[in-house]
Ligand binder design. Structure first.
Ligand code: B12
Length: 220
């Protein structure tokens, strides 16, 4: 098992999309927990790629190839995860997207998939989403929550801009805004007045479920 997860991680480190795809296909229908293959195999691999990049050992092509390997693996694993139907009731409606100027979408898509599998109706707006678009889509879908992802310190202010625009439009109370992405934190979420922050896709499901049940979180 550990060896299998290590192979998944290595395929990302090697930027080998074909092997990543083959390993992901092997995991489907096997005994292994799909979420564990995603988190402890492929996601762990891309985080390591990011670390090596930061240390100057990897360059942009390796970063891009690593990301492509993860995306190829997720193209097989995410539909299987979504099909697991961890809940049958509709627990709430939300829109999710990556903020303006930011094209990182692996984590955001994973959160959307886990939420869908867990009984939430989720509309994925993609990447580079402006505050105005988040709001107009949330209004059109009569959403309960808005999930905003940011992976760059330079795009994190887009999460604050979203909350400020909601206030300006007088609809701050209509939607719970939850934020996430590697540079975000509980403190950041609190400082911008977000309803909550979660570190990963499983925590995001727990957070949004809890907030919608009215059992916790900050009041806007
Ligand atoms: C893959 C990657 C890329 C890929 C993205 C491919 C894609 N389609 O997404 C590519 C190669 C395109 C890329 C480009 C760039 N990248 Co980049 N990238 C990464 C890397 C290595 C991994 C990100 C990732 O996918 N992680 C795996 C996922 C599963 O984790 P995650 O995103 O954190 O998501 C989880 C949680 O955060 C949470 N979550 C995420 N979103 C949300 C939302 C909500 C609502 C909630 C509740 C939770 C939640 O749940 C997720 C699932 O567990 C990171 C390093 C890192 N450690 O993050 C750098 C990183 C983010 N990139 C970085 C940089 C600098 C760039 C570039 C500017 C590089 C350049 N010079 O061009 C460009 C930016 C382009 C742009 N305008 O957006 C820096 C950012 C530094 C900073 N301080 O801002 C990082 C941190 C690398 C580093 N160590 O320096 N990148």
């Amino acid at each position: 098992m550990d060896q299998f997860l290590k192979k998944c991680e290595d395929s990302v480190l090697a930027g080998d999309a074909d092997t990543a795809f083959a390993l992901a296909s092997e995991a489907i229908g096997g005994e292994i927990d799909i979420l564990q293959v995603i988190e402890s195999g492929f996601v762990s691999g891309i985080r390591e790629v990011g670390r090596l990049w930061e240390e100057g050992e990897y360059f942009l092509p390796e970063l891009v190839m690593g990301a492509e390997a993860v995306k190829k693996a997720l193209s097989v694993l995410e539909p299987a995860l979504a099909g697991q139907e961890l809940s049958r009731e509709v627990r709430g409606v939300g829109v999710i997207g990556t903020v303006q100027g930011d094209i990182h979408d692996i984590g955001k898509t994973l959160v959307g998939t886990m939420l869908s599998a867990s009984g939430f109706e989720v509309y994925d707006l993609g990447t580079d989403v402006s505050p105005a678009r988040f709001i107009s889509e949330a209004e059109a879908r009569e959403a309960d929550f808005i999930g905003a992802s940011a992976l760059l310190t330079t795009t994190m202010p887009g999460q604050r801009a979203l909350i400020e625009m909601l206030a300006q439009k007088g609809c701050r109370e209509d939607f719970l805004v939850v934020v996430g992405g590697a540079p975000c934190s509980e403190d950041w979420a609190e400082s911008i007045g977000a309803a909550g922050y979660a570190t990963d896709a499983v925590a995001a499901v727990e957070l949004i479920g809890r907030l919608l049940d009215g059992k916790g979180g900050r009041t806007p």
